[in-house]
Design a protein around this ligand. Structure first.
Ligand SMILES: NC(=O)c1ccc[n+]([C@@H]2O[C@H](COP(=O)([O-])OP(=O)(O)OC[C@H]3O[C@@H](n4cnc5c(N)ncnc54)[C@H](OP(=O)(O)O)[C@@H]3O)[C@@H](O)[C@H]2O)c1
Length: 254
């Protein structure tokens, strides 16, 4: 009999409609987890849920805008009503701006959009996830930061600040709740072929060439090259890993 790694686990993936979140949700599904998918695009959410269900695991899409606290409240009400528990959370929803405004040209609306989606969204999700995990006797959380969580980048002050903040949040949360049997870590992807890059490419001349040249491996990664690390962090194999980040970046930060 095939043993699946996450059989019987209830797993939340935010930003599950495309890119890294979609790949990770599908990977959890293949490993037997019941997957709750959260994001805004209902048609894509339904497609990912259907793919997981066709593979033999359970999945549910809950339309959620992580910028809206009331949506996050409703998401957790739905999860607890349906499943009564949450074992693993992959807080991955994130956004950037397609263009690269310098700090002085970044508008308040642009700054708020990125900070609220990336950093405040994860904070709000953890405020719901942690109490539930404490009640259950433990849990595992992985947050998506970026290699721009420990470096600056021209025209990306909003994004870099949000991703630095996510690492600070991850480490602090890990310290605060280690004693409650909750392991909290982060992944830091380098350039991965997803919609975030695709949206920026038309506005930044030679973007792909520059991005590829910055990596030691001279290529862009694919979302499955991140999902493997997330599943490992959520497995018992990573039982002594806490408050840390894993960079997966084709050698960009070597
Ligand atoms: N691709 C890269 O090179 C790279 C590198 C480092 C870090 N990352 C990080 O990886 C994560 C996933 O991004 P990706 O590369 O997979 O890009 P993506 O394909 O654009 O995925 C972003 C996901 O976040 C969701 N999302 C965006 N705003 C949201 C909101 N307000 N509420 C709920 N969900 C929202 C999107 O779904 P909806 O539009 O349906 O809401 C989508 O599912 C992000 O945190 C990103 O910063 C990516």
């Amino acid at each position: 009999m095939e043993i699946k790694l996450f059989e019987g686990k209830i797993v939340l993936v935010t930003g599950a409609t495309s890119g890294i979140g979609r790949a990770t949700a599908l990977a959890f599904g293949r490993e037997g987890a019941t997957v709750v998918l959260a994001a805004r695009r209902e048609n894509l959410g339904a497609e990912v849920a259907a793919e997981i269900t066709e593979g033999g695991s359970e999945a549910m899409f809950v339309r959620t805008d992580v910028r809206k606290p009331e949506d996050i409240d409703a998401l957790f009400e739905t999860i607890l009503e349906k499943y009564g528990r949450l074992d693993i959370a992959f807080n991955n929803a994130g956004a950037s701006l397609p263009h690269i405004p310098l700090i002085t040209r970044t508008t308040l609306e642009e700054w708020d959009l990125v900070m609220e989606t990336n950093m405040r969204g994860i904070w709000l999700c953890m405020k719901k996830e942690i109490p539930q995990m404490i009640k259950q006797g433990g849990g595992i959380i992985v947050n998506t930061a970026s290699i721009l969580g420990f470096a600056g980048e021209y025209g990306l002050s909003h994004y870099c600040a949000s991703k630095h903040g996510i690492l600070g949040l991850t480490k602090t949360a890990a310290l605060e709740y280690a004693g409650k049997n909750i392991r909290i870590n982060a992944v830091c992807p380098g350039p991965i072929q997803t919609e975030i890059l695709e949206r920026a490419a038309p506005l930044i001349p030679n973007m792909y060439e520059m991005v590829i040249n910055n990596t030691a491996m001279k290529r862009i990664g694919n979302p499955d090259e991140i999902s493997g690390a997330v599943l490992w962090l959520c497995s018992d194999e990573a039982s002594y890993m806490i408050g840390k980040e894993i960079s997966i970046d084709g050698g960009q930060t070597i």
